[in-house]
Write a protein that binds this ligand. Sequence first.
Ligand code: MN
Length: 457
Amino acid sequence: MQYSGYTIKRSDRIFVTGHINPDTDSIASAIGYAWLLHERDNLPTVACRAGSVNLQTSWVLKTLDLDPPVLLTDASPRFESVTKRYDVASPDKSLNDAWTILTRTGGIAPIVNTDGTPYGMVTGQSVFDFLRRIIGPHPKYRDMTISQLLDIPSREAAKTDIPRFQPQTRIKDVINRLLRHEFTEYWVVDEAGRYLGVARQNDLLHPPRIKIILVDHNEPQQSVASLEEAELLEILDHHRLGNPSTHTPIKFTVDIVGSTSTLVAEQIVESGLSAPPKIAGMLLAGLLSDTLIFQSPTTTPRDKAVAETLARWAFVPGSPLENETIQSYGEKVVRAGAGLLTREPDNIVNGDVKTYESAGFKFAISQVEVAGVYDLGDILGQLRRALIKFKDENGLDFAMLMITDVVEGSSRLLMVEQPPALEELPYRILRDGTFSAEGVVSRKKQLLPQVLSLLEE
Ligand SMILES: [Mn+2]
């Protein structure tokens, strides 16, 4: 984040992040909650994403003319967080200049070439080494006065073989190597090798932790890497618990609603604020995609109620969503992620897949949401091949693809290596070999319990 020529350090910001493989709710709730915490509490929040955005989310962002959140995949402290941009002297300037800087910085003066690259550092130790070098074999130098000494060029008294690091280098990747060195200060340079500042060993040993708020997940394995090296401030979620332990109490909200965007929107309402149209549109997209436009059994009356408020904020004149309704916008959001023909079959099968084990069977159920299954016939063969490939590569007994039509509120099931027990599934078999599961839209609440009960009989 740029502010008039400088970037706020990572360790001074609060990162609000959803889960890895982010879906629209994860991105929307991160953007919305970062906005609320800034607007309501003046916190230095940054919305971020723990991976690349999917097709649906990128459509929503583009439609609303919003930038994707900052990418944050690893919470481990980096050199950037301990870099000090000390004043510098040039190699030809007198040691006097360097000495002035040295007294102000607590013992170090960076000597930097005119092209911006580091030359060396003047420290108490380097000056002493210099004296030992010149005076040792030459007794005549012993008559040199302090002011004569301070007149020599800084380059003579600088230590030059100091290691250089880039600001984004993770400290933990190099710290053991650094502890074996004699150095206590290091260069931090940009990609062109130019001076950015100095990192001191004491700071490297105790770097500030970056501050993180988790939204839309609470399990560490679904979160950014090195989460344990961050300072976890808060969790806001609507999933089952699998939360990390913390050293201090944190704010922890897990509520049974259809989306995390719902929880964020409710907090905005409670604080008497109204989200700007783009942020309201983002939150509404997260809410509508997680609840499959209210058709998922995870939907609650609270989701519907707050969606009305988000719609009121988002569909105002001048907004990119000016003429939408909740239904029309919801269908566009769903369709954006879900055109079967525009996506690679492997991508459809791998996109949202969960693996299960039960009654000696290892199997997977993929789910893809579409707005209408009219184009299914065109790619059924390709989807079947992709599903077989996925099954083989993962050593599964069978695999299933659940193609959920969120407009109709029904799913078609495509299965490969279907075990005989699943012939009893209470769904109609169509001529193309797929099942028609009327009214079934939720994998975890509707389809999976059916499958498990038949396998376990
Ligand atoms: Mn969610």
